[in-house]
Design a protein around this ligand. Structure first.
Ligand code: HDD
Length: 719
């Protein structure tokens, strides 16, 4: 039965406005040194009972610096239970990382329903406008290990756990609406192929190697997804500027048992935005934690990232008439064909208290559905429903992983007769541990309110067969490509050339080009040219003739779906002693008015003194804050210091990279020396503006809403 209570779960602990972290900070004054022992080791003693250091058994520890020894220099004594317990626990700190999506970052938040849809589904979060449901969301890359860099060219995971009061519902999606393969049976091969090669153990977090492209070149069904992964979708600016998709077609079920097909979309409130490849590479060096750091800071500073949840819903009649099989996860339904309808908003407003306890131990399972949500026969989804539960046992080590707070249902009670197992923390009291029982105790099934699977008629022979309706592998790949702006098409071509140039086997490169010939002739020729292939191969044999009549879908382009303003972005301001105070103030005011963050970069981390004699501490020293970390840049150098700054290589990189990455650049007069040192004096274009007064500062911030001055790129990378 649908739940009608207004508020489903308690609001998250901290609201966006007061979500500042509880991280320890130190005062600027000198910290006194604590007492030292005989060997100069530091002893910090608790001043009150509650902060005493104890063993796991609660015994207060008298000395956390020295092992118990026989005599001053040893040997160590086996009876030292304090040391042994400490080392024993440390030795067991690691758990297996996720086999895919190992690198990830999560946060708590809330989903609020903005359009009730009880006629479509009885799922609790969608019953009433204003109803809130607590969520935990984890974003991830797929291929890299836990310690890999955030800006790998890769698919991003977008997994949301809704703690509904009908139980937990996990929507385990990606930032791309299609997938590489049509059947879960192929997943281990795909993942083996993309992960580091088994003999060498590299490359890490990269698809640019022979095994991946060998597999792809022999798997035509991957072609649509490859267009996505070679596009800038694979190098998002931040989690808060990327879309999410449930990928599969699911079912909504209403209280009368009626099924409606549904595809889920997450739409970022900040609009879509990505990096360019050279910028992504440099970002990985400058800040491998870029994406997690941005999200942490967004939440910590009260700029909680938000996404609308939108649904494409349709019936069997539409499914039968649609160009492709809606059960094929390598296909999407263009938004221009079925408009996604917004039904709610997710706000991530609380950082985790502990990364391991929450983000690492969160266990998403596609099988976690609630009344009102059901599966379809999509063979990828069916296989996933086995894999996720299985993988959690391996990773978390016990069937009791559901008792870990981040995995425990929060919106409803849990009662069952499951018992024992490693780390059991909530054993039932009493004698009864089975059902039915004659003791008149314990939970019972509920035929009316319990989860009932959709009564889908089934017929057919048992067989291993791919439906013929899955056979078109190229038409939507082409549709994606022709939906991109010229700049984006160029990026896809450059990405393919980059990746295939890392493949040593010529045959692999040629096989990919032969697939591209079924997608777009110009693209295929461009890639072949970029690879130095002179004789174009024949087009790959297609299981089904590719269509060329599908209309472009503007919704598939990032550039066409950017923001209306520069809000939520960061401007990097390189400044030095003597920087004009009025210009700085004008820029800060204009940025604040538009909701733009400013980071100050200076030759020294201690900061700089402006023309009024006011001191500004820097956020980054110039070589620690390259421009790849910012969405646009401004250079405000002091007259007397500009010459020295212009001679600094990292200051030159700051400007040159911003220029090459097509960012908007503002310069105040004395900065011309740096412009000259970078050889850009004659190259400044409409994306570069002079800061002269308040009005020019405000105009610059407005101009930045376009995010990049793409016209520059054609001049930089002539065909
Ligand atoms: Fe998967 C993790 C998304 C296909 C097997 N997957 C995982 C995560 C995401 C996805 C976001 C990370 C969850 C988290 O943050 O903890 N996976 C997808 C999407 C797919 C997909 C959108 C296709 C539409 N996955 C897929 C298949 C299989 C798996 C076909 C197996 C047959 N996926 C897993 C897994 C993982 C996983 C091995 C690894 C860690 C985990 O589950 O918890 O079970």
């Amino acid at each position: 039965m649908p739940d009608t209570s207004k508020t489903e779960t308690p609001k998250p602990k901290k609201a966006a406005s007061n979500s500042k972290s509880q991280r320890a900070t130190q005062p600027a004054t000198d910290v006194p040194f604590p007492e030292q022992g005989h060997g100069g080791e530091v002893h910090q003693q608790a001043e009150n009972q509650s902060e005493r250091l104890t063993t796991a058994q609660g015994v207060t520890i008298s000395d956390n610096q020295n092992t118990l020894k026989a005599g001053a220099s040893g040997p160590a004594l086996l009876e030292d239970f304090v040391m042994r317990e400490k080392i024993f626990h440390f030795d067991h700190e690691r758990i297996p990382e996720r086999v895919v999506h190992a690198r990830g970052y999560g946060a708590h938040g809330v989903f609020e329903c903005t359009k009730a849809i009880p006629e479509l589904t009885m799922a609790a979060p969608f019953q009433e406008v204003g109803k809130t449901t607590e969520v935990f969301t984890r974003f991830s890359t797929v291929a890299g290990s836990k310690g890999s860099a955030d800006l790998a060219r890769d698919v991003r995971g977008f997994a949301v756990k809704f703690y509904t009061n009908q139980g937990n519902w996990d929507l385990v999606g990606n930032n791309m609406p299609v997938f590489f393969i049509q059947d879960a049976m192929k997943f281990p091969d795909l993942v083996h192929a993309v992960k580091p090669e088994p003999d060498t153990g590299f490359p890490q977090a990269q698809s640019a190697h022979d095994n991946f492209w060998d597999f792809i070149s022999l798997t035509p069904e991957s072609m649509h997804m490859v267009m996505w992964t070679m596009s800038d979708r694979a190098i998002p600016r931040s989690f808060s500027t990327m879309e999410g998709f449930g990928v599969h077609t699911f079912r909504f079920i209403n209280s009368e048992g009626k099924s409606t097909f549904v595809k889920f979309h997450w739409k970022p409130k900040l609009g879509l935005q990505s990096k360019v490849w050279n910028e992504a590479l440099k970002t990985n060096g400058a800040d491998p934690d870029r994406h997690r750091r941005i999200m942490w800071e967004e939440i910590d500073t009260g700029n909680a990232p938000r996404w609308d949840l939108a649904v494409q819903t349709f019936d069997q009649e539409f499914a039968d008439s649609f160009d492709f099989d809606v059960l094929d996860p390598t296909k999407l339904i263009p938004e221009e064909v079925i408009k996604p309808e917004i039904i709610g908003t997710m706000t991530l407003n609380r950082n985790v208290d502990n990364f391991f306890a929450e983000t690492e131990q969160v266990a998403f399972c596609t099988q976690n559905v609630v009344p009102g949500i059901d599966f379809t026969d999509d063979p990828l989804l069916q296989g996933r429903n086995f894999s996720y539960l299985d993988t959690q046992i391996k990773r978390l080590g016990s069937p009791n992983f559901t008792k870990i707070p981040v995995n425990r249902p929060k919106g409803c009670p849990v009662h069952n007769y499951q018992q024992d197992g490693h780390m059991q923390t909530s054993a039932r009291a009493g004698r009864v541990n089975y059902e039915p029982n004659g003791w008149e105790e314990g939970p019972r099934e509920h035929p009316l309110e319990g989860y009932v699977s959709y009564r889908q008629p089934i017929e057919g022979d048992k067989q291993r067969l791919r439906p013929e309706s899955f056979a078109d592998h190229y038409s939507q790949a082409r549709q994606f490509y022709i939906s991109q702006t010229e700049v984006e098409q160029q990026h896809i071509q450059a990405a393919l050339v980059f990746e295939l140039s890392k493949c040593e086997m010529l045959g692999i490169r040629r096989r990919i080009v032969s697939h591209l010939l079924n997608i777009d002739q110009t693209l295929a020729e461009g890639v072949a040219d970029g690879l130095g292939i002179e004789d174009l191969p024949k087009a790959a044999p297609a299981a089904q003739q590719p269509r060329t009549d599908l209309d472009p879908s503007p919704a598939l382009s990032i550039v066409k779906n950017g923001p209306d303003s520069f809000a939520g972005r960061t401007l990097g301001v390189l400044a030095s002693d003597g920087a004009d105070a009025a210009t700085l103030t004008a820029l800060k005011d204009a940025a604040a008015a538009e909701g733009v963050m400013i980071k100050l970069i200076a030759p020294k981390i201690g900061g700089f003194t402006d023309s009024n004699g006011d001191k500004h501490p820097a956020d980054e020293k110039v070589d620690g804050g390259p421009s790849v970390l910012f969405d646009a840049v401004a250079i405000i150098l002091g007259d007397a210091t500009s010459k020295a700054v212009a001679a600094m290589p990292p200051a030159q990189d700051f400007l040159k990279d911003a220029f090459v990455h097509c960012k908007f650049i503002a310069t105040a007069a004395p900065s011309a020396r740096l412009v000259e040192a970078c050889g850009l004096t004659d190259k400044l274009d409409d994306g570069c503006v002079s800061l002269t007064d308040k009005a020019s500062a405000a105009a610059f911030i407005k101009r930045c809403a376009d995010l990049r001055y793409w016209d520059r790129e054609a001049a930089l990378w002539p065909a």
